[in-house]
Design a protein around this ligand. Sequence first.
Ligand SMILES: C[S@@+](CC[C@H](N)C(=O)[O-])C[C@H]1O[C@@H](n2cnc3c(N)ncnc32)[C@H](O)[C@@H]1O
Length: 357
Amino acid sequence: MNQPKAIEQLIEVLDTGFDEPAKTINVLASYLLDDHIVPEHEVSIIDRIHELFAEVAIVSGFDGAEEWKSDVQASSGMAISVNEAARCLLDYRRTGQFFRGFHRAILAAKERFPGETIEILYAGCGPYAPFFTLIAPLFTPSEVQFTLIEINEDSLAIARMLVREMGLGGYLSDSHQADATLIKVPSADRYHVLFTETMDTALEREPMVSILLNLLPQLRKDVLLVPRNVTVEGVFFREKDLSNGMDGLWDLDNKDEGHSLGIVMDLDEALTTYLSLPSVPDDDIFHELQLEMPDPSWREYFALFTTVEIWDGVFLYKNESDITDLRVRKLDDLPACDYINFEYALTDEPMLWFGVS
Ligand SMILES: C[S@@+](CC[C@H](N)C(=O)[O-])C[C@H]1O[C@@H](n2cnc3c(N)ncnc32)[C@H](O)[C@@H]1O
């Protein structure tokens, strides 16, 4: 079968009506499982799913009630608004890769815990709860059960309504309107999988680190975490080596090579280190690192490249999505220095801060 052609035909057929949105969404989602999906098809399918979600959930992400535009402060980090969370669906590569990676993770959980119903804790579901509403129908309710946690009251109410309207109530064990950085999860040891996409690039702004620090110690040791890891690499660039100037660094196929410091933050390693500390540090510092500065000729631009490993072999690389967008700074007036220092603190607005000494 010519797969791309089949997808085009499918989109054409599905373009004709809104009669059975839940069924249409399920068929469309199943096409996203293809690891070799052509980007344009991924975009068309997700756009169509978004139209159907917007129709059923009455939230498009672009209009609606005034309070749907407001972020909510979590104990550390900001939970994005109803509208911004809805628009995350349209971060196409992110949605596609998380969908495929999460599906693989559930299959891995079924192998690791044979014969058990896989209990999934989904922290930060947003109004569409897409990693429930799109994934659950690929299994039966005796294979997977979900519990939702969402801090934003409206997002959770809309997600619950969408679940009901799509006839997916049989997959929903429980739902909590709560701050996932603080909640004490009832019967926490029953969960096999923890899923959360509560991050921005370089783990800035959103509360994923604090969510994991709260939830992981409550869950069983062998819980499967999706995404599996997030790493941030630090790279210096020189103006003369940039073939298209600094803007070229955002090109997906950019091959400009800089001077890499290597990984300056590895979430999995940092979590393990922090969670093994005998007590919580007073200064709220989650991760810090000091590295030698390169030769002064390299000190013109400094970039942070974020990579997300969702599951075995399923990655989001730099610039492929909003959550792996490049961060780059021109290093004007840098003082004489020997070291670059990195620090990630659990503040209201967490970010990987760097300075020199
Ligand atoms: C980036 S959006 C993702 C929404 C949806 N899961 C998706 O992937 O499209 C993150 C969601 O997590 C929620 N969230 C962020 N911090 C939270 C917290 N501390 N506790 C509970 N929910 C949180 C936000 O309100 C938002 O709905």
